[in-house]
Design a protein around this ligand. Structure first.
Ligand code: MTE
Ligand code: MO
Length: 547
């Protein structure tokens, strides 16, 4: 280590911020997914084995994207510091690290499914700006070592690998130092102090400029505002068929039970997108192709001019652990997918539809599920409003009875009619099952885990679901006792979850409550299984202390 290594590392980090800033500004032109941080993060997400992603999702919940961003910044800062130190010793070494990083980022951007020809531009421009910033900063390195010693050290080995014409900043900084060796009038301290100040000013200026560029780049991201405006201006058509009226008693009157209708703003969000894809309805087209008699292209105008239906559907994530909350119930408006497929006329050998989003996510859905009479929708609205951008604006799929990963493609732009033995989908390629029917499940929401309650009548309540089959019974068990029938709340339809309550004559002591739900085929399984590969099973349970 040299004493100047710290300063060189600092110069590297500042140059790294400049790189990100310039990358983010150029990405205003080339699209949000080409922004260096986004491109690398997205490539990392796609390359991460399923188990690691599962770990990240369960450990960090939906904050995993923030954690990923922070992790990226930490790694990047380390590499930038390394580039600074290496470049200070030998310019070619540092420059090689920067160019290699730029190449990795550029390739990551080119590998995105929505990449255009200009995708690597932010990486290239960012790396070039980073190199310039690094060189300028290293030239200003404070002379905190004797000039002779440093010059000797840097010149010790012949600089054969140096980029032609590129200076070795350690060599140049002493003779070319832009800082006066005599302090300007009014400043105290030595020439060394003054040059350190100059260096720090350089580092500060580069860092600040880079940060401003990042902020400005993100703010200018024009498509986002354009799509937001398009969404605000939308007027939704009235449904040709409204959702069945919801009985007044779908909601049990127990504080702490999740609302039967999940507010749109609280609806769980799961996707692989690091930036929410921006899709303008004016340019949206759904292409239906593959094993079909007739290829179909459906535009937004045609979609909203069609007979749209409204339906209550509970959407659940296969990664939802027993008792978890990656599930929500909403009123969707959309076009039945079977009508689009009917126009395309799948051939007899087809058995699957591979849906694809604008950002490359894919889901494999059994053809029969999309052609039977259930409300499998190309949905354009949630709770009477255009889809929130993060839930798939302008068009997503919603399919009753299947986990989201095999059915609920957001920002959907392509339906390929194909076969399970001919194509695989995003999560199937990462170890999850190719088919994902929702498993019958139930959850205790009241009392909370580890609650203390008074002896006597205690209300136990929660939710159960068996989408497209329906919940016909829920039972609760205390410790090793008999299963007791709970009271079911009103039925909002087989595609929606169902609430339940039970009054427990609680006796003092430590107790454990279990719940199980029945669909028309019988009780849910109590066998414990994790989320991988096709959804968790087992009884939800809470321990309570009765005082
Ligand atoms: N484009 C795209 N659509 C997607 C996903 C995705 O990663 N990308 N994730 C799926 C998964 S795993 C689930 S559970 C649902 C979640 O939908 P939500 O975020 O609206 O709740 O979206 C599905 N659709
Ligand atoms: Mo999911």
């Amino acid at each position: 280590m040299r004493r100047s290594d710290g300063a060189a590392a600092l110069a590297g980090v500042a140059a790294g911020v400049v790189t990100l800033g310039v990358g983010s500004l150029v990405a205003v032109l080339t699209g949000p997914s080409t922004d260096p941080l986004v491109a690398v993060g997205a490539a990392f997400v796609d390359a991460t084995p399923g188990w690691l992603k599962d770990f990240a999702a369960s450990t960090f919940g939906t904050a995993d994207k923030v954690v990923l961003g922070i992790g990226e910044l930490v790694v990047l800062a380390g590499l930038a510091a390394l580039a600074g130190v290496l470049a200070h010793r030998r310019w070619a070494w540092g420059a090689t690290v920067v160019v290699a990083l730029g190449a990795v980022v550029g390739l990551a951007a080119m590998g995105r499914p929505d990449a255009g020809v200009l995708a690597p531009l932010p990486a290239v421009a960012g790396a070039a700006a980073g190199l310039l910033a690094l060189r300028a900063l290293l030239r200003r390195l404070p002379d905190d070592e004797p000039v002779d010693a440093r010059a000797t050290a840097t010149r010790a080995a012949p600089d054969t690998t140096a980029v032609a014409g590129a200076p070795a900043p350690g060599q140049r900084s002493a003779p070319d130092s832009p800082f006066p060796t005599v302090p300007p009038p009014g400043t105290q301290g030595s020439g060394r102090g003054s040059s350190r100040r100059g260096f720090l000013v350089g580092v500060g200026t580069a860092t600040a400029a880079g940060l401003v560029a990042v902020v400005v780049g993100r703010a200018l991201s024009g498509t986002r505002r354009g799509v937001q405006a398009a969404r605000d201006a939308l007027r939704l058509p009235a449904p040709a068929r409204s959702a069945a009226p919801v009985p007044a008693d779908v909601q049990v009157d127990v504080a702490g039970v999740a609302p039967w209708q999940t507010p749109a703003g609280e609806f769980y969000r799961i996707d692989t997108a690091l930036v929410v894809p921006q899709v303008d309805p004016a340019t949206w087209v759904l292409r239906v192709h593959g094993l079909v008699e007739q290829e179909v292209e459906l535009t937004w105008a045609e979609l909203i001019a069609s007979d749209l239906v409204e339906a209550w559907v509970t959407l659940a994530c296969v990664s939802n652990p027993v008792g978890g909350d990656l599930i929500g119930n909403q009123r969707w408006l959309g076009l039945p997918i079977r009508e689009v497929l009917a126009r395309a006329r799948p051939t007899a050998d087809a058995d699957m539809v591979l849906s694809r989003s604008v950002d490359g996510f894919t889901a494999s859905t059994p053809l029969e599920v999309l052609t039977d009479d259930r409300d499998a929708l190309l949905a354009i609205a949630m709770d009477g409003e255009p889809l929130p951008p993060e839930h798939g604006f302008p068009v997503r799929m919603v399919v009753p009875g299947l986990y989201g990963y095999v059915s609920a493609t957001k920002w959907v732009v392509d339906l390929e009619v194909t076969r399970f033995d001919a194509a695989t989908a995003y999560w199937t390629d990462r170890g999850w099952s190719e088919r994902g029917p929702v498993k019958t499940q139930s959850r205790i929401e009241v009392p909370r885990p580890s609650a203390r309650v008074d002896a006597g009548d205690v209300v136990v309540a929660g939710t159960a679901w068996a989408q497209h089959r329906g919940i016909v019974r829920v039972q609760v068990r205390v410790d090793d006792g008999e299963w007791q029938d709970a009271e079911l709340a009103g039925d909002g339809g087989v595609d929606s979850w169902r609430q339940w309550r039970w009054t427990w004559p609680a006796e003092p002591g430590e107790h454990q409550l279990f719940v199980r739900a029945f669909d028309p085929d019988g009780p849910q399984t109590g066998a414990q299984q994790g989320e991988i590969p096709d959804g968790a099973t087992g009884y939800d349970t809470v321990r309570v202390t009765v005082g």
